[in-house]
Design a binder for this molecule. Structure first.
Ligand SMILES: Cc1cc2nc3c(=O)[nH]c(=O)nc-3n(C[C@H](O)[C@H](O)[C@H](O)COP(=O)(O)O)c2cc1C
Length: 176
């Protein structure tokens, strides 16, 4: 089915803007409302401190409160959810988002950038947290590697390439 009559929300979490670049490409191709998820209390600048904090949050199941509020989530038919892989898991702020907003009955489409180790359990966790949604096959690509000092890499020629791959994925999913 075509998306032309559907209301689309594109929500993403991004620390070094790789996932943001993917979100903007999707937005450019299919439109909708683009929202960056921000926290009440941002993570530290320091990479190692952030890694440690996330390990702890994952262990305790802590759901970091979101500063971003989404108005009338019921209005959307399709929700793209974008995030980096953190510690081979779904980042805690995305867990917060999926706990806070009921995506029942909606088409939910994950997308991801990662440092080269893949999505880990992240897409599986999205499915678990959206038991009453229709989950489409997600998109993932290699982004940066903050550990190795590689921040934004999805730019220039890499962004053009990502655009082509994303378009093919959206077509395959019959979204374009
Ligand atoms: C705290 C933290 C943990 C990460 N853990 C992983 C990981 O487990 N596997 C992986 O492939 N990349 C990992 N990365 C790298 C990011 O997934 C990758 O750089 C991604 O493109 C970042 O997206 P962003 O620019 O939208 O923030 C981690 C990055 C951070 C900051």
């Amino acid at each position: 089915q075509s998306l032309s009559s559907k209301k689309i929300l594109i929500v993403y979490l991004s620390r070094t803007n790789n996932t943001k670049a993917l979100a903007e490409i999707i937005h450019k191709q299919i439109g909708g409302t683009l929202v960056s998820l921000e926290l009440e209390k941002p993570y530290p600048q320091n990479y190692q401190a952030t890694v440690q904090q996330i390990v702890h949050e994952n262990e305790t199941g802590f759901l970091p409160p979101l500063r971003t509020k989404i108005g009338r989530i019921q209005q959307y038919d399709v929700v793209f959810v974008g995030f980096p892989t953190w510690g081979m898991q779904l980042p805690p702020p995305i867990k917060s988002f999926l706990h806070q907003y009921d995506l029942k009955g909606k088409l939910v489409i994950p997308f991801n950038s990662n440092g080269g180790y893949g999505i880990g359990s992240s897409f599986q966790t999205v499915a678990e947290l959206c038991p009453n949604s229709n989950i489409l096959e997600g998109f993932m690509t290699r982004g940066g590697s903050e550990r190795d000092g590689q921040l934004l890499v999805i730019q220039g020629a890499r962004a053009k390439e990502a655009e082509t791959i994303i378009q093919a994925w959206l077509r395959k999913q019959k979204l374009l």
